[in-house]
Design a protein around this ligand. Sequence first.
Ligand code: SF4
Length: 300
Amino acid sequence: MPPISILIKPASSGCNIACRYCFYHAIAENRSVANYGIMSEDTLERLVKETIAYADGFAAFAFQGGEPTIAGLDFFRKAVELQKKYNTKRLEIQNTIQTNGVLINEEWAKFLAENDFLVGLSLDGPRSVNDYCRVDISGNSIFDRELETIRLFRKYNVKFNICSVVTKKTAEKITAVYNYFKQMGFMYQQYIPCLDEQGAEKSDYSLTAAQYGDFLNKLFDLWYKDFSSGLEIDIRQFSNFAQMAAGYAPEECGMCGKCTTYFVVESDGSVFSCDFYTTDEWRSGIFRRALTAFTTAKSR
Ligand code: SF4
């Protein structure tokens, strides 16, 4: 059996803020159940048990949303406890979580550090750029709350990287964004383009392909100047380009040129083959059945 990667939605599409560009919210609105609620302990246990039973060598549990932290810290304590209980094969287990950082307090930060979670913190740039789209339900800034989360991550040595959604504003201000991240000491950065679906009406914050291309060129020049003088900031896209230039496959699925295999598990246990296809017509069934079907197909 192969290693396995599972993307889990512990709180379905639920979130405690209201980013203007939220893609998962938009996708969930197009299915019969927009929000499946918080994952039950029973579903979590089946998921952990079956994943570990299926995998060999390595299992990755990536918690995303919506906002996964609204499932509560006890949910994650339970997840780790179950991983320990069922990992009789001594797999290497990796936990990651993508968060907006709003609920992170001392207890959360301690837990994430003690259990070696790799955290992706969503932050688009300095205050003016972040506030452009990342706001709370009343439209207020969450920037200061995110800075507090970064302070806690540093206090407890939580491993984290920064995920910035590239809007039109980010692209226009990429020099200021990159310099701000550098000044903040963010050595691991990821930039996710905010592009409209083909044929969809263009939003005021999304990029055109040409704007994204221009953004990448500018970012590359900034990064390369630092890299050439010995400051090695890891930008996921560029690491993937370097990997490809050296003859290796990229690890980022959007760069592979074809869809890779991973599972998205919604909070009710429904399985989908991609985060962008979590609508009713792409639902592959409940976890155990989907995994069995996949295993059978692979062994043919
Ligand atoms: S934090 Fe993520 S899930 Fe929540 S509104 Fe923003 S983009 Fe959507």
